[in-house]
Design a binder for this molecule. Sequence first.
Ligand code: GUN
Length: 279
Amino acid sequence: MATIIDGKKISGDIKNELKDKVAKLNEKNITITLCVIQVGNDSASSIYVRNKKKACEEIGIRSISYELPEETSQEELINLIQELNQRPDINGILVQLPLPKHIDEDTIIKTISPEKDVDGFHPLNVGKLSLGQKGLVSCTPAGVIQLLKRYNIPIEGKECVIVGRSNIVGKPMSMLMLKENATVTICHSKTKNLAEVTKRADILIVAMGKPKFITGEYVKEGAVVIDVGIHRNENNKICGDVDFDDVVDKVSAITPVPGGVGPMTIAMLMHNCVETAMN
Ligand code: GUN
């Protein structure tokens, strides 16, 4: 029987630990404030932002939000971020992505002070991660590491195959698995014979953005499968990049969607917020 990795439980554990840490900081008169900026009113973004603010409330982090109109100019957004960078009462700054087309995301991300970059997207933090130095780490891949560790799944020396090479998940994920001494392979849309590669994986991490793409034929018997995808299918049901029912009997452990990796992202965001206050 496969272990179903309970991301909801682990994220709850992490949030409880953080709540204690925040309370201890508060006793020393240290408060933590996250500032969330949303430009436009993309409905998915609005839900993410709401959930982030709710998590802050749960663990005792103050949150401030800016909901800016779609037509906000790049310059106006940069000016706001620069002002927030200067404010000592603000620890974390998060600009919800995607941004409207007239705003360049890379320019915005590098405007955020690296010390306040709780998403871990700033080039300095990305660079530190690849150098193995301490910095703020992208939340979703950091959450995957927490799931593996808290389920005592060994990483060192294991064959880890990551499907997807995004800046938010695939690339930082590969760096984190390397840091844990896995042998890492990254696959992407141009990879030939994908199933041949994914079948080598002791730990298969899928972040490709294709609903139920990974079926049993892509998975080795006894592998650990981590599904980072999230989609809503035609019946309004949520599913991942992995065809859960097709692989569950083959694997030793697997994350469900929903309730696997998803809840970890916000828990790790909260972790990063606390980190910014500890420095
Ligand atoms: N949009 C989708 N995922 C994320 C994320 O992790 N951070 C931000 N800022 N925007 C996102």
